[in-house]
Design a protein around this ligand. Sequence first.
Ligand code: SAM
Length: 198
Amino acid sequence: MFDKLKQQVKTASRIKHNVCLIGILKNMPKFGTVLDAGCKDGIYQKYINFKKIESIDIDKNSNADVIGDLHDKKLLKDKHYNFILLTQVLEHCYNPTQVIDNLHKSLKKGGILLVSTPFFYRFHPDPNDYYRYTPDAYKYFFKKWQSFEIIPYGNFIDCIITILEKEVKVFYLLNIFSYLFKFTSMKTPAGYIVIAKK
Ligand SMILES: C[S@@+](CC[C@H](N)C(=O)[O-])C[C@H]1O[C@@H](n2cnc3c(N)ncnc32)[C@H](O)[C@@H]1O
């Protein structure tokens, strides 16, 4: 019973991620062809305005149209997408620069890549968990792109709750605090969202 409840309640980090991400997606223009990369259940697709959407994931049990590894240089068509969503995936990739290069090639000129990754978050293999990225890592990844913006989500309170919520039985009550403290911090966020233009 407790385990079932635990699965249904989102972590403080995901709550702040979702508020920030959905706000951004709802303010974006209509896109032609969109890719949900590392989509799992594709929970954010309903917030994107698109003509056509494709999805890819390495996990055979996901909802993806195509099962494939984003590290694979031959997986994606060149200059095909107007918008790529890569939420909570890059920390699971052993070679993030390879993945970002592949996504860059598959975007049309002027296309947008939206990446999100956790900053303070426990080890969560899916199927592996390799890295946490800082603003400096993102500056390095996107230095050759036309432009990019790094947006933090959450704050140190969310980070503390995120650590406690798996250890303390009343973890779901702690999430109330995450709703009360809405400020964000560049140095101690729950994570970052980056919007990069090719
Ligand atoms: C934490 S889930 C995030 C799912 C979804 N993007 C979201 O934000 O709800 C990470 C997903 O990335 C997928 N993934 C991990 N490494 C991958 C890779 N190399 N290529 C494609 N998908 C990958 C996993 O299978 C998993 O579905």
